[in-house]
Design a protein. Structure first.
Length: 345
């Protein structure tokens, strides 16, 4: 086997690996991407490595990482965000030795580039990546929660709501820094033009009401989610409940094999009044309802007050483990309060 950088010609093979890598133990969703590389394209200098069978050219596994400068323990450090770790189970059967070899090459390349710490996210209900990370010596440092909020029939919006359809990255980052720059994993952005392009493509709107606000993100231009597995109760109740959810205030129940439409809601700021955040969430619900979205995935650090507000509206929540490994001895301890960079979606 040889390890090399992925190239555009690998896209078809990588998409096949991705389609067979559905995530989640109870509710399992498969991603259908326009290109496997769409997540890598959000970063300035991504590194995507594949393991290739030298005999027949089969791709055995893939890993990606992007160097980023983020706060750790309140200090800016050179880190790398790891993503798109995929194993070709059909070619190699389970957690292969090939994937571990790709990891060692990735580790060397990043260390040679001066990276001090590697981090990534693993869903709490996604046991296979947790096993892979454990083999690599990566440990859990913090938790970030995504709250699943069902989109309901339109709600009354009680407040002076403002909707910004285009977000100017430079001024927006300065504004939300007042709330989030004290969190670990807050990024220092060098290429604002690239980030602006990412926002222009994926950000649906910024919704504000008083001092409360939220960033609404729709990644459906790049990926869609298809339901591969769900709890048995959903299968029983779905045929009756789905038609009713068009008219009644009951959550949409997913359908096996069909798309589940989700908008992400990040940078949630409660402001100084619970009513203002309620106004923001009501407006986001109404926007989503108009466009046939089924659920909102709203994120917050569990130590932030916003998480308590979101929890009251959520049908369920899913914790993402912040996994990391230090490659130098003086990396500070990560704080419990972490920031989720929208590029990480």
């Amino acid at each position: 086997m040889k390890v090399r950088e992925a190239v555009p010609a690998d896209d078809s093979a990588l998409l096949k690996i991705e389609s067979a890598s559905a995530q989640g133990d109870r509710l399992r969703l498969a991603e259908e991407r326009t290109t496997f590389f769409h997540r890598a394209y959000k970063f300035e200098n991504p590194l995507v490595l594949v393991g290739e069978n030298e005999t027949d050219g089969t791709l055995l596994g893939v890993m990606a990482a992007a160097p980023v400068t983020v706060k750790v323990g309140g200090e800016y450090r050179k880190a790398a965000y790891m993503f798109d770790l995929r194993n070709n189970a059909q070619a190699s059967g389970g957690l292969s030795k090939a994937l571990f070899i790709v990891w060692k090459h990735l580790e060397k390349r990043l260390k040679d580039d001066g990276v001090e710490m590697l981090f990534g996210y693993v869903k709490e209900d996604n046991s296979r990546p947790m096993a892979i990370f454990s083999r690599m010596g990566v440990t859990r440092r913090a938790v970030y929660t995504h709250f699943t909020i069902p989109v309901m029939p339109k709600k009354a919006v009680r407040g002076d709501v403002k909707i910004s359809r285009r977000v100017e990255v430079a001024s927006y980052s300065d504004e939300i820094a007042a709330r989030f720059s004290g969190h670990d994993l807050w990024p220092h952005i060098d290429d604002t033009e690239l980030l602006q392009a990412v926002y222009d493509r994926n950000v649906k709107a910024r919704v504000t009401c008083g001092r409360a606000s939220a960033l609404v993100i729709d990644t459906s231009l790049d990926e869609r989610r298809r339901v591969e597995k769900m709890p048995p109760l959903f299968s029983v109740a779905g045929p009756m409940a789905r038609p009713l959810s068009k008219f009644l205030p009951i959550p949409y129940i997913p359908e096996l094999g069909k798309e589940l439409r989700v908008w992400n809601v990040l940078d949630v700021i409660a402001g100084d009044s619970p009513e203002n955040l309620a106004c923001v969430l009501a407006e986001v619900n109404n926007m989503a309802r108009e466009e046939g979205v089924h659920y909102l995935a709203a994120g917050a650090s569990p130590v932030d007050p916003e998480s308590r507000v979101l929890a009251r509206r959520a049908l369920w929540h899913l914790d993402y483990n912040v996994m990391a490994i230090d490659w130098v001895s003086n990396v500070p301890t990560m704080k419990a309060a972490t920031y989720w960079d929208p590029r990480s979606l």
